[in-house]
Design a protein. Structure first.
Lengths: 107, 184
């Protein structure tokens, strides 16, 4: 079974920058309120976390790095990629971009 | 300046040519036979059909190519405009966070569109589009990876300088692609 996070619906259509101090809807806020709790929920189950990136105004590198790079830094890139899938029809290259931020060698 | 030939000039030319033809008995050079050579007639029909087919096929190919080129040009033009927009605000160090993120999303979408269109028309070398994408990947973190203050992207002078040089590289690649399309 998939548990879905639709960023535009569940968080914001205008995701912000890295830290809460940068303004509303930051990567840090998304990580703390939505991403990490949902990941923990699926971590030791058969479920997968499906993240829908469509229908927002776009993503700053700082947001993606703080949220997804942060998750990879905390739980390990391979563990994350086993449990998370992405949907990005509007900007297909975004998935590849996120995976580079998850790269452990980079962090 | 474009020269125009007035139609009434043709009337005396036709009359003079007619008189000249009569005076020199030129009309007698034409012989009309009352029989039709079927082989010649067949050759005439085949030749004219072939000529018509080649001309219409060539014309059709030219029109298809022209349409495909225009499609690629319009995508490149949009990419160029978006890039110029970022460059303008970057120079003034007044990039607004929300607008810039939206513009980057548009640019990424346009690069994907260019790639998809080119898969059908093959007017651009795929390597050129890959280079365009790789420059985009270099620019985006430079501009959107930093801090934000009251919806303003705060960039150091070093970041601005580097971003400008990458944007120039991106625009140069767009020009190269346009030249490439024009040569096809």
């Amino acid at each position: 079974m998939n548990i879905e996070i639709n960023i535009a619906q569940d968080f914001s259509e205008t995701p912000g920058a890295r830290y809460k101090t940068d303004g509303d809807f930051s990567g840090q806020e998304f990580f703390e309120i939505i991403l990490e709790p949902k990941f923990i929920e699926v971590q030791n189950t058969e479920n997968t976390l499906l993240i829908n990136l469509d229908n927002t105004d776009g993503y700053a590198t700082s947001f993606l790095d703080e949220a997804f790079g942060g998750l990879a830094r905390k739980y390990g890139r391979e563990n994350i990629l086993k449990k998370i899938d992405f949907i990005s029809n509007e900007e297909p290259y975004l998935i590849k971009e996120i995976k580079t931020y998850m790269d452990e060698k980079r962090n | 300046m474009k020269k125009e030939i007035k139609i009434y000039w043709l009337i005396p030319i036709i009359i003079i040519s007619g008189i000249f033809g009569f005076l020199t008995n030129s009309f007698e050079f034409f012989n009309f036979k009352s029989e039709i050579d079927l082989v010649n007639l067949f050759t005439l029909v085949v030749t004219s059909s072939l000529g018509f087919y080649i001309a219409s096929t060539l014309q059709n190919n030219i029109e298809v190519k022209k349409f495909e080129k225009e499609l690629v040009y319009s995508t490149i033009k949009s990419l160029n405009n978006k890039t110029k927009n970022i460059e303008k605000y970057l120079s003034a160090n007044s990039l607004k966070f929300n607008e810039t993120i939206k513009t980057f999303k548009d640019i990424s979408g346009l690069i994907s569109e260019l790639k998809e269109v080119n898969e059908f028309c093959l007017v651009v070398d795929n390597h050129s589009i890959k280079v365009l994408r790789s420059i985009y990947i270099e620019i985006k973190p430079l501009i959107t990876g930093g801090r934000v203050d009251n919806n303003n992207l705060t960039l150091s002078s070093e970041h601005i300088k580097l971003s400008k040089s990458k944007l120039k590289k991106f625009k140069n690649r767009l020009i190269k692609i346009m030249i490439e399309v024009n040569r096809k």
